[in-house]
Design a binder for this molecule. Structure first.
Ligand code: OAD
Length: 238
């Protein structure tokens, strides 16, 4: 990246590609989650109303799978960046896994929610999930057996949008890692950033739907590209 020494404020968007090398399926690759499951059935409010057991079971399965995976070099590198960079780093993730947290990062906004959290349809409070939701555990706050996964479904508003746009307005550099650029509003952040005069960089396995919007696009595995980029940033900012 040009002018790296002048970068003080970095906003990083991550998608399923950053967790792929940990062994979590992405959505749109061949054999990915949206080939294995029908999006309308498992990721919409209508699908949940039609067949709650199917939907609760789908998210219970994805949550259980998290216990078998670990953060990879890309998550580790972003946690290192947060710890060592002299300026500000914010991770905005579309991922519902907890691998950024487990790698040690702490400034994270989960715009599509989190597998480990439940949302009560009766009292609207959030709580950490202790028991499979398909077993209909009571809400720890109001005791209603009305918990749903605290994830954003198609047709619902992503979380934290005001904080994300505020962060973009303050940013000098926007970096997108491992996301196909197929789902809005996240897919539009690169254009929002450019309109604000922010430098933009994409790190992705291959060209994405949004690659042409970025000032620079690097292709390869996140586990290689991200540590190399973090090295570059830390090397030029000290
Ligand atoms: P996708 O599955 O759409 O895209 C993953 C991207 O990661 C693709 O562009 C891959 O080329 C890239 N990729 C795969 N392996 C990689 C690797 N090892 N290193 C780097 N890049 C790699 O996933 P997302 O863009 O995250 O939303 O999907 C966005 C949203 O669509 C998700 O949050 C989810 C989904 O429907 C909801 O469920 C609301």
């Amino acid at each position: 990246m040009a002018r790296m020494a002048q970068i003080r404020n970095i906003v990083i968007l991550t998608g399923a590609g950053i967790s792929a090398e940990s062994g979590i399926d992405t959505f749109r690759s061949a054999g990915g989650l949206w080939e294995q499951h029908n999006v309308e059935d498992v990721a919409t409010p209508e699908g949940f109303a039609r067949d709650p057991d199917l939907v609760l079971g789908f998210y219970d399965m994805r949550r259980a799978a998290l216990t078998k995976v670990r953060p990879n070099r890309a998550h580790d590198a972003l946690a290192r960046l947060e710890a060592e960079f002299a300026g500000e780093v914010l991770i905005v993730t579309q991922n519902v896994d907890d691998l950024h947290e487990r790698a040690g990062a702490s400034r994270i906004l989960h715009m599509h929610g989190q597998l480990g959290s439940a949302l009560c349809l009766a009292c609207e409070m959030r709580s950490p999930i202790e028991t499979a939701l398909a077993e209909r555990p009571p809400c720890p706050v109001c005791q209603a057996r009305s918990l749903r996964p605290d994830v954003v479904w198609f047709g619902e508003m992503p979380y934290q949008m005001e904080r994300i746009y505020a962060a973009l307005r303050e940013a000098d550099l926007f970096v997108s890692i491992g996301t196909s650029g197929a789902v809005y509003p996240a897919a539009g952040f690169v254009r929002d950033a450019r309109n604000l005069g922010v430098q933009t960089l994409e790190l992705n396995l291959e060209r994405s739907e949004g690659s042409h919007w970025f000032h620079e696009s690097r292709h390869g595995k996140a586990g290689e590209l991200v540590p190399a980029w973090v090295e570059e940033v830390l090397g030029s900012s000290t």
